[in-house]
Design a protein around this ligand. Structure first.
Ligand code: ZN
Length: 382
């Protein structure tokens, strides 16, 4: 058992030597322990869409995400702070991770203008002029009171020429130093984000630069950003194979924005501890159901009279209680309850997949587990 202590978030690796870098571990936050690998549902606007915190607790995700860009614009971080912080405001007592807002500024907002100081942009809500800098991003996250904060990075598009990418990464490195200098609440940890697209040498250099800063004041974790942004899947996977294992072993490793069942399994195999993605809940709202036998489309007429649950191997509230016929009916009618029940299932399946992977790692049977999960997706009819 590897045990290294850092000021916060000391990551304890619990599984020793599976073939390859896959690992189970845990770290502490002031809102509870996080056992990894784990999938974190996304609660963009201070809610995981369609489910109550009590339903979330039963799904058991451990950590959820809050969104700095969205919450900073509406209702505003000062208002959330007035109400005792995001945990209290949204009625969720477990750990919360907030992103830096960078990804949304670079994907949602219009009329962006980048300077060394930060980025000015128009709010996607009302067109009002806004400004985000490393300091402002962390001020918002400090007001939200999340357990894990992310340093602001520039998020270049997936297809960008190398010279431009290098310039962008250099700025992200300078922003990282400014982020580290911002005082946070005592319970909050700061993760650094690695960029570099699919260029392994650039990712390594970017990590070296972060580690120089880390030697002065340690980061509490490391994230891999800038993947799953339109690059071909084999290129993303090649980066993960070579790069994830080079991230510090004594800190949580977070692969941002990745969350299809296939990608989770692959990421875990490379030694990733934390994942987030809107996919399971977004798919649920469109009637696309993730199951142990592959994806199922609830819209399909073959479910109209089907008495079985969405996934006979799932123990979630939806699968324990309702038939496909009922869920098909709710979906056809556009009933809100259908969105909720589908979301409960899709999140339960996704969180459950990472939990089962963790158990397999602890019991030294992870390769066989991964093989059997993939075999069922490929051979069995959902
Ligand atoms: Zn289920």
């Amino acid at each position: 058992m590897l045990k290294i202590t850092t000021p916060y978030f000391s990551f304890i690796q619990e599984s020793g030597a599976p073939p390859g870098p896959a690992r189970a571990g845990r770290f502490h936050t002031s809102h509870g322990e996080v056992a990894t690998p784990v999938f974190m549902p996304v609660g963009t606007q201070g809610t995981v869409k369609g489910v109550t915190p009590a339903q979330l607790a039963e799904i058991g995700p451990q950590v959820i995400l809050g969104n700095t860009y969205h919450l900073g614009l509406r209702p505003g971080d000062a208002l959330v702070a007035q109400h005792g912080g995001l945990h209290r405001f949204m009625g969720w007592n477990g750990p919360i991770l907030t992103d830096s807002g960078g990804f949304q500024v670079f994907s949602l907002a219009s009329l962006r203008k980048m300077t060394e100081e930060g980025v000015t942009f128009q709010s996607h809500l009302d067109g009002s002029p806004q400004f985000l800098s490393p300091e402002r991003s962390l001020e918002i996250q400090r007001n939200l009171g999340s357990d894990i904060c992310m340093a602001l990075d520039e998020c270049p598009p997936g297809r960008i020429e190398r010279a431009k990418l290098e310039a962008s990464m250099a700025r992200t490195t300078r922003w990282l130093a400014r982020s580290r200098a911002v005082p946070l609440q005592p319970h909050q940890g700061l993760f650094a984000i690695n960029q570099g697209g699919t260029h392994l040498d650039l990712r390594r250099r970017h990590l070296e630069e972060a580690m120089e800063q880390d030697a002065k004041t340690p980061f509490q974790g490391f994230a891999v950003g800038g993947l799953s942004v339109g690059e071909p899947k084999p290129e993303m996977n090649a980066v993960l194979v070579e790069f994830v294992k080079e991230l510090p072993a004594d800190r949580p490793r977070y692969l941002m924005g990745v969350g299809t069942p296939e990608d989770l399994l692959f990421g875990i195999e490379q030694g990733v501890d934390l994942f987030d993605c809107v996919l399971p809940s977004r798919e649920a709202r469109h009637g696309r159901i993730l199951t142990s036998r592959g994806k199922l489309n609830l819209k399909n007429a073959r479910h109209r009279e089907a008495d079985q649950p969405l996934d006979p191997d799932c123990g979630c509230y939806t699968c324990r209680t309702f038939s496909r016929a009922y869920l098909h009916h709710l979906f056809r009618c556009g009933e809100l309850l259908g969105f909720t029940l589908n979301t409960i299932h899709n999140l339960s399946y996704t969180v459950g997949l990472t939990r089962a992977a963790r158990q397999a790692l602890l019991e030294n049977r992870f390769p066989a587990f991964a093989q059997s999960v993939r075999a069922r997706w490929q051979t069995e009819e959902p």
